[in-house]
Design a protein around this ligand. Structure first.
Ligand code: FAD
Length: 460
């Protein structure tokens, strides 16, 4: 490294991608600093995956209480206290953030608190401190921010960022959006006893997911207390004496005490000084990178949500690792975006990996075999509850490779992480079937699927 720079690597953003890249590079003997404008850990730890999962866990207890009664337990006086939950959640998030900070310190990374802005392609300024730092290389890992559409009264609506910190749990809520965050929060609220309506302007929730998954999940979340209103959108939000009045394009209106918009996220590039360093954006506003996460500026790279490839924590981490291998270990690596498993922590949850049926029909040259089963898990059948699980395998007929696996039901995310090994490895349906079932489980259905399903009318 040229000693004329303060650091070998300067990382902007101590989230999933930034922390991993900073630690690996410092452990490799380089001089590394990371700037963080909010809290170390980033979206995932502070206001994303982790607190969201705690909220899902809290909410799911209500369904477990129902099941408990079905199994003969007497539950009296069960109630939920939001403030207790919030305090415990905050303490746990602080503990986790502390571990991230300590690990950065142990690796020898300097952590600078404050907002970093690019001055040129070797220089950043920490806003408000007058501090200017130079580095041989810069990694941008600033993540994304929620997007709210331009609707009259939108300032009264919250996003997921505020939802994690509400002092009071609303009694009645409208959640807007059809993506995974909207569906997850609708489930969280409904499970916690909040009167919940999910409003989405499209024809069904979870665009991009398999059609069978979308249809099945809509039915199941309705059984779990979420009212789903499709094909309409807000025309305005009006503050009233009692709360917030939402008016919609189909002339429907509803008064609630909270309106939450989960209508997508955008790369957080505003006022980052990208133009000072020659870092270009894509048409959709993400930082433009090549397969190795290099930006259009020579010594600047970008990973994670700010590049808007697949916006998930493990992907940001893998991109950071690939950056480190490529730049500091002379081992050019690109992350492979195929067969990335993903979950929706709705109630019930979704786990999915590989191609949807529609994608497979477009991608596979020949026929596609589809195996689907819908059944009542034994836990629910026991006491007569009507909740159903869906499992679906999508198989390329010619090679018999299982190219997609989709599950809606209890433990779907846990199952799909393991199924993803088989899909990623390109195993065939025969190889899945040669695997002995583990009884009695729901997962055993995945290795005993026999009957092919006719193509869905909705699948083109
Ligand atoms: P981030 O983790 O967002 O980190 C960016 C960091 O940079 C932040 O700490 C920010 O404060 C900081 N920063 C920004 N600008 C500056 C600046 N100029 N100077 C200094 N610091 C700056 N993913 C999953 O895999 N599973 C899930 O279940 C899941 N659930 C989610 C739930 C919600 C509600 C949300 C919002 C996201 C969820 N995600 C989930 C997505 C996941 O959180 C992101 O994909 C991941 O955090 C991206 O990592 P990153 O490093 O790109 O950015």
């Amino acid at each position: 490294m040229s000693q004329s720079y303060d650091y070998d690597l300067f990382v902007i953003g101590a989230g999933s991608g930034g922390v991993r890249a900073a630690r690996l590079t410092a452990l490799g003997g380089k001089r590394v600093a990371v700037a963080e404008e909010y809290r170390v850990g980033g979206t995932c730890v502070i206001r994303g995956c982790v607190p969201k999962k705690f909220m899902v866990m809290a909410s799911e207890v209500s369904h477990q209480l129902e099941t408990a009664k079905g199994f003969g337990w007497t539950i009296e006086g069960a109630s939920f206290d939001w403030k207790t939950f919030l305090t415990t959640k905050e303490a746990e998030i602080a503990r986790l953030s502390g571990i991230y900070t300590a690990n950065l310190g142990k690796a020898g990374v300097d952590v600078l608190q404050g907002r970093a802005v690019l001055k040129d392609n070797h220089t950043v300024e920490i806003v408000g401190t007058g501090q200017t730092i130079t580095a041989e290389r810069i990694l941008i890992a600033v993540g994304g921010r929620p997007f709210k559409p331009d609707v009259p009264g939108i300032e009264h609506a919250i996003t997921s960022e505020e939802a994690f910190l509400l002092h009071e749990l609303p009694k009645k809520v409208v959640v807007v959006g059809g993506g995974y965050i909207a569906v997850e929060f609708a489930g969280i609220y409904a499970g916690l006893g909040v009167d919940t309506t999910l409003v989405y302007r499209g024809s069904n929730i979870l665009r991009g997911f398999d059609e069978d998954v979308r249809a099945h999940l809509t039915r199941e979340i309705e059984k779990h207390g979420v009212k789903v209103m499709l094909g309409c959108e807000h025309t305005e939000i009006v503050k009233t004496e009692n709360g917030l009045l939402s008016r919609f394009s189909n002339d429907w209106e509803i008064e609630t005490d909270q309106v939450m918009f989960a209508t997508g996220r955008q790369p957080y590039v505003k006022d980052l000084g990208l133009e000072n360093a020659g870092v270009e954006l894509t048409e959709s506003g993400a930082i433009k990178v090549d397969d190795y996460s290099k930006t259009t500026a020579d010594n600047i790279w970008a990973v994670g949500d700010v590049t808007d490839r697949i916006n998930l924590t493990p992907v940001a981490i893998r991109e950071a690792v690939a950056f480190h291998e490529t730049v500091y270990k002379n081992n050019p690596q690109r992350f492979d975006y195929e067969a990335v498993p993903t979950a929706v922590f709705s109630q019930p949850p979704v786990g999915t990996v590989g191609l949807t049926e529609a994608e497979a029909r477009r991608a596979c040259p020949g026929e596609v075999d589809v195996y689907v089963t819908r059944f009542r898990p034994m836990k629910y059948a026991f006491y007569g509850a009507e909740y159903r699980t869906l499992m679906k395998l999508v198989v390329e007929a010619e090679t018999q490779k299982v190219v997609g696996c989709h599950i809606v039901g209890p433990d779907a995310p846990e199952m799909i992480q393991l199924a993803a090994i088989a899909v990623k490895a390109g195993l065939t349906k025969d190889q899945w079937d040669a695997t002995c079932a583990l009884h009695p489980t729901a997962a055993e259905e995945l290795v005993t699927l026999r009957d092919k399903q006719a193509p869905q009318a909705s699948v083109g």
